[in-house]
Design a protein around this ligand. Structure first.
Ligand SMILES: *Cc1c(COP(=O)(O)O)cnc(C)c1O
Length: 409
């Protein structure tokens, strides 16, 4: 069975007393036990009952289970946001004095998490160029706890050869962690490309149209955690479940960034139409990119689905002919970018991506505003770039809107 069929045919762990087809929202904090003995067993992990919603909750668990069945992963953990998912993964696998290897072409808040928050706790972040793999290996050493990448970087839209990159990591027994937000399950099978742990901002496609904030950690179960000095003792006890066990029993529990049951309900709805919506938005993005490529006043267009993109061949092979909903283009100046944005009537000026509505933003003056010019330029951020996240409206209406705004420049 394919992703959407699996997601829709997933069954509850326990029968619903009313035969509900949809998991109800268990919007409560705590659960009652029939005896003190059963409560003790629950705390010892010997009775798989829910005790407290920060640890587990039936509605959240059902979302996790559906994603697990859809992806074939060995375990899924739902969190309060995509950022919480990234922070929880890194804090589970690394300690003071360790390092991770990534690229400067990262989502802005992820860069800040590595460069500011985790640095203060003794984690070093090393920056390589993932589009030039020859230089990657020299960054890895005995204290490298992860190679971290984004499948399509946001907003540079860079696409690395993920299989080749994960081969390098595997040789050194380092797990590969990928932020797959731009290519979520249903579009991309991360396990086939050597990705060990997937992190996703489910705020995006999975929420079903920007309904709620959420994050996911998906463990493909391929990494041998005996190679990770911190998790080696867990690997002795739990084998391939070493990472999930440490995450659930320590980091996720102690940091408390759990997903709310109501968000899990909304995201469970979104999950069912994920493939449909992502396919439609991806087709729209391709049409917008083709239109912009020939439009007057547009200096360049960046979309991995354009044959002119240097990532076209790699992206096509990895993402099965769907290139996602994000595209960027450059105009002559920041002033032109602002004027264009202000002239749009259908596309909305907002900072999110993968909504059902098409969204537009000027990344340099917003998401990356906190960084000095030199850092912005090392991150591939220009003042002349506009980013569009294509929605699922009619493509002709979107093109007409952009055309009008361009003509007014
Ligand atoms: C939005 C986003 C995040 C952060 O997710 P939140 O749910 O907003 O915390 C991380 N990575 C990428 C690629 C994103 O687009």
């Amino acid at each position: 069975m394919k992703f959407t069929t699996r997601v829709l045919s997933s069954r509850f762990l326990k029968d619903d007393p009313h035969g509900s087809l949809r998991m109800p929202v268990y919007d409560n904090a705590a659960f009652e036990f029939a005896s003190a003995e059963e409560l003790e067993l629950a705390f010892l992990g010997k009775n798989p009952a829910h005790a407290y919603s920060r640890i587990t909750n039936p509605t959240v668990e059902d979302l996790e289970l559906r994603i697990k069945e859809g992806t074939g992963a060995i375990g899924v953990v739902a969190l309060s946001s995509g950022m919480a998912a990234i922070a929880n993964v890194i804090m589970t696998i690394a300690s003071f004095g360790d390092n991770i290897v990534t690229t400067r072409h990262l989502f802005g808040n992820t860069y800040s998490l590595f460069e500011n928050t985790l640095k203060a706790w003794g984690l070093e972040t090393r920056y390589a160029d993932f589009t030039d793999l020859a230089g990657v290996e020299k960054h890895l050493d005995g204290r490298t706890k992860a190679v971290f990448l984004e499948t399509i970087t946001n907003p540079q839209l860079e696409v690395a050869d993920i299989r080749a990159l994960s081969d390098i990591a595997r040789e050194r027994r380092v797990p590969v962690i990928a932020d797959t937000t731009l290519t979520p399950p249903g579009l991309f099978r991360s396990g086939d490309f050597g990705i060990d742990i997937e992190v996703i901002s489910s705020t995006k496609y999975i929420s079903g149209g920007a309904t709620s904030v959420g994050g996911l950690i998906i463990d493909n179960g391929k990494f041998d955690w005996r190679a990770n000095s911190k998790l080696a003792p867990d690997a002795k006890k739990f084998g391939p479940f070493a990472f999930l066990s440490r995450l659930r029993r320590e980091v996720y529990r102690n940091l408390g960034a759990c997903m709310s049951p109501h968000s899990a309900y909304l995201q469970s709805l979104g999950l069912e139409t994920l493939e449909l919506r992502a396919g439609a938005a991806s087709a729209n993005a391709e049409k917008l990119a083709l239109f912009l490529e020939g439009a007057r006043g547009v200096k360049s267009v960046n979309y991995p689905g354009l044959k002119s993109s240097k990532y076209y061949v790699t992206a096509k092979e990895q993402f099965g002919g769907k290139f996602g909903s994000l595209l960027t283009f450059d105009l002559a100046s920041k002033e032109e970018c602002f004027k264009l944005m202000n002239g749009l009537k259908i596309l909305r000026r907002a900072t999110n991506i993968q909504d059902n509505r098409s969204l537009v933003i000027h990344p340099e003056s917003t998401i990356f505003a906190e960084y000095p010019d030199a850092v912005k330029s090392s991150m591939g951020i220009r003042k002349t770039t506009v980013r569009i996240s294509a929605g699922i409206e009619d493509a002709d209406d979107l093109i007409a809107d952009i055309k009008n705004a361009l003509e007014a420049l």
